[in-house]
Design a protein around this ligand. Structure first.
Ligand SMILES: [Zn+2]
Length: 283
């Protein structure tokens, strides 16, 4: 895969369909913009002008067919209705269709849902709980713009992680306030202390789940908290967001990158929302 590390010649524009940015942890995290086959080193673009122009085309991220509208972050309507990864149980794993006998793609589920999942605490805009496949760490936290994360429990299936998350939601949010995340004034938390407090408060609920799924089903993890650092020169005082559907040209000086957002001096844009959009990128 070619990686463009030097600022582009102003006469040259990269063109391709957006995928979510690749983020590698580091001090700060390293971002690659992905448009079609090309990768652009965004850290090298900090403090410089960046321009994205949507051509009007959207290609389904799964089947590649043209679609007039994007469903579930870059899918065409038929894929959105057909794929297990676009079903409601992905967002609400406690409603797993596999156990109802109505999973859209049982083979896919065997590979993705019947894998170890981790319940974690993270801090992107304050304390939150979340779940992820073990193989998705630390990408999941970087995608959210978390500054801290701590895996706390491991389970065998996505459905079990959903039940554990439901329990934790009695005490803590599962949402990120993206505006607060982008303002960058997140207060550091003692995630180990939060973990111990929550595990003790939710002890009875966890015991119930262990009774249901087996004594060994929900395993405490004892790992060190992680922290993440993002390439940001300046956080926005007021968060204004760009939307390619309304305004196909987004341009400004790149002030930072956090989560899946570009922070430009003209506003922010959540690139993940525009997965599959064909754009011309110029620097
Ligand atoms: Zn499709």
């Amino acid at each position: 895969m070619p990686v463009v590390t030097e600022p582009l010649d102003t006469a040259t524009a990269l063109q391709g369909c957006l995928s979510k940015m690749t983020i590698e942890p580091g001090s700060p995290a390293r971002y690659l913009l992905r448009a079609g086959e090309v990768r652009l080193d965004l850290n090298a673009c900090l403090g410089k002008p960046l321009r994205l122009e949507w051509t009007g085309a959207i290609a389904c991220t799964h089947c590649g067919r043209a679609t007039r509208k994007s469903f579930a972050q870059g899918h065409c309507y038929p894929c959105f209705k057909r794929l297990a990864q676009c079903d409601t149980c992905i967002m609400k794993p406690e409603l797993c269709h596999f156990f109802e006998g109505t999973c859209r793609e049982p083979d896919w589920a065997e590979r993705h849902c019947f894998q170890p999942h981790v319940v974690y605490l993270a801090n992107a805009s304050g304390l939150k709980v979340g779940i992820t496949r073990s193989s998705q760490m630390p990408t999941r936290w970087l995608d959210q713009g978390a500054v801290q994360a701590l895996p706390i429990l491991e389970v065998d299936t996505r459905q079990q992680s959903g039940f554990v998350e439901m329990l934790f939601k009695e005490e803590v949010s599962d949402r990120t306030n993206w505006r607060a995340m982008l303002k960058g004034d997140t207060r550091a938390l003692d995630l180990v202390a939060e973990r111990d407090r929550l595990l003790s408060r939710l002890d009875a609920g966890l015991a119930n789940l262990r009774e249901r799924f087996g004594a060994d089903a929900i395993r405490p993890l004892d790992v060190a908290p992680l922290s993440f650092d993002y390439p940001v020169l300046e956080f926005p005082a007021k968060v204004v967001s760009h939307n390619l559907d309304k305004q196909p040209v987004v341009a400004g000086v790149l002030q930072g990158i956090k989560g899946q957002y570009l922070i430009l001096d003209s506003g922010v844009i959540n690139l993940r929302k525009f997965t599959g959009y064909e754009v011309k990128v110029s620097t």
